[in-house]
Design a protein around this ligand. Structure first.
Ligand code: SAM
Length: 250
């Protein structure tokens, strides 16, 4: 309530400056640091922290719904699937499945995973297809599934370095996927320090002028080839960002 009133009376530019100072002094997502990943992301979906649709259902945010962001991504993924004869997909952190639902017709097996039971229960009712399965999985703790390609779209940007490192360590030793398609928000200005740490939570590293680069320290993803397949500029939460999609052959 107080938040809504302050939003109305404080101009957006000033709100942005206050937020940056807040992150500087108290840290980004610090209030989530003692929660498990499941509790963090269930809370986000229960409260609609990333937004709600017309039916007042919580969503995975604008990055999963804006046509100018989702449309080009879907076209690029369709091309990758066709060119590499991909049969099986593991969508890790599938969220509200607005994006995944546009891709299930282009492969034979589409397994979608998320750490939040809240969003998975809703997806199971809303989306049904013979080649589609939803399963609960914490990519930083659980054994990863097998598939020809894994999509990890706008997931790692929300996670702590410890969580990302456990995921990459598992990728580096297991050969579960042939390809890994990663989508992350990065600062528009390329002179940023990658992989600054933050607790797992709803915010992303853009607010602390950072972004996740998986093949850099401290994650050091091992890969055979790397291709930046899509870059979309976005102004988000008062910051200029690039939504970068990278295809790794592992
Ligand atoms: C911003 S949403 C993106 C959803 C979807 N990939 C998309 O692009 O529309 C991030 C999702 O990652 C999920 N997630 C966060 N941490 C996870 C983890 N450790 N394991 C699996 N999923 C996770 C969240 O629950 C959330 O649904």
């Amino acid at each position: 309530m107080l938040k809504e009133i302050l939003k109305k009376i404080i101009p957006i530019g000033l709100r942005h400056k206050i937020r940056v100072l807040q992150y500087k002094f108290f840290g980004l997502d610090s209030k989530y640091k003692h929660l498990t990943a499941e509790d963090v992301f269930d809370d986000i979906y229960e409260k609609g922290i990333w937004g709600k649709d017309e039916q007042m259902n919580s969503t995975s945010g604008t990055g999963s719904h804006k046509e100018e962001i989702v449309g080009p991504y879907v076209e690029v993924v369709k091309k990758i699937i066709a060119e590499n004869n991909i049969n099986s997909v593991a969508d890790l952190g599938c969220g509200d499945f607005a994006v995944g639902s546009l891709l299930i017709d282009y492969c034979n097996i589409y397994n979608a995973y998320d750490v939040s039971k809240v969003i998975l229960d809703r997806n199971r009712i809303k989306y049904r297809s013979p080649n589609l399965k939803f399963e609960k999985l914490d990519l930083s703790k659980d054994k990863l599934p097998h598939a020809e390609i894994a999509f990890v779209r706008q997931v790692l940007q929300h996670l702590s370095n410890e969580n990302i490192k456990s995921f990459v360590d598992q990728l580096n030793i297991s050969k579960n996927f042939k390809y890994l398609l990663i989508t992350e928000h990065l600062p528009y200005n390329p002179n940023f320090v990658p992989n600054k740490n933050k607790p797992s939570g709803p915010n992303i590293r853009i607010a602390i002028n950072s972004g996740v680069i998986l093949h850099n320290e401290p994650f050091n993803l091992k890969f055979k080839t790397m291709d930046n397949v899509l870059s979309i500029n976005e102004h988000t939460g008062g910051f200029n960002a690039v939504i970068q999609t990278t295809l790794y052959e592992l």
